[in-house]
Design a protein around this ligand. Structure first.
Ligand SMILES: O=C(O)c1ccccc1N[C@@H]1O[C@H](COP(=O)(O)O)[C@@H](O)[C@H]1O
Length: 234
């Protein structure tokens, strides 16, 4: 159930500032562009079938460019624990992000802040009630991320029916609501206005090809988020 009207995970009143994560970075110049544009977090993918997947060495090189106060998230899909530990050791991410069928215990076992992703509309997550119930099992997460249900596990560029989020718990002390799935500069403002997510997470919508970010699209996306925030100021 949504428990507050200003449906942000921030304090109940005050100016809106939607956090932005750009995921699936593979090149130093794209990382620099995202940081210069003002992102709050970047995501590095460790899922071999993805064209955005990095080696430990590539990821460590990218990580070394990230300044203070920008979080680095390491994204996995049903990894084995050893693979996660290797990434933690080599890359030192600030957060882990799990996009598969990882259990709450597995996600929490690394003693790190983590985000659990849910594919809205997937089997067992087809209604607002079942999606909300699934989230509740992951109360130790720092964020609940909502993505579309499509072939593969994410990063597809497709959106989903956001009415499925209607029953998700929100408010202080509840994992942050992170909206994802097919976001782009042209549409993100309307999504922010309608749903007031704590954060948005984008990959395909700021790319010219999988894993290749486009500076103009990154800047346009950030402008659209900030315009939506300004429009929602009290
Ligand atoms: O980016 C990937 O390749 C990826 C692979 C497996 C799981 C998740 C992945 N990316 C995440 O998917 C969402 C939506 O991305 P998009 O904007 O629709 O392309 C986002 O959270 C990415 O971090």
């Amino acid at each position: 159930m949504i428990t507050q009207t200003a449906a942000s995970n921030d304090a109940p009143s005050g100016p809106r500032r939607t956090r932005v994560k750009i995921c699936g970075l593979t090149r130093p110049q794209d990382l620099d562009e995202a940081v210069a544009a003002g992102v709050d977090a970047i995501g590095l993918v460790f899922y071999p079938p993805s064209r955005r997947c990095l080696t430990l060495e590539q990821a460590a090189d990218l990580r070394a460019r990230v300044p203070a106060f920008v979080d680095v998230t390491a994204l996995f899909v049903n990894p084995d624990a050893q693979a996660v530990r290797q990434v933690i050791e080599a890359v030192r991410p600030d957060l882990l992000q799990f996009h598969g069928e990882e259990s709450p215990g597995f996600c929490a076992d690394f003693g790190m802040r983590h985000i659990k992703a849910f594919r809205a509309g997937a089997p067992g997550l087809e209604t607002a009630a079942t999606l909300a119930r699934a989230c509740e099992a992951y109360g130790q997460a720092a964020g609940w991320l909502f993505d579309s249900y499509s072939a593969g596990y994410g990063g597809s560029g497709s959106g989903f029916d956001t009415t499925l989020l209607a029953d998700v718990s929100r408010g202080p002390g509840v994992p942050a609501l992170v909206l994802s799935g097919g976001l782009k500069a042209e549409t993100v403002g309307a999504q922010i206005a309608a749903l007031e997510p704590f954060a948005v997470d984008v990959s395909s919508g700021v790319e010219s090809a999988p894993g290749i970010k486009d500076p103009a699209r990154i800047q346009a996306f950030m402008r659209a988020v900030r315009a939506a925030d300004a429009a929602g100021m009290p």
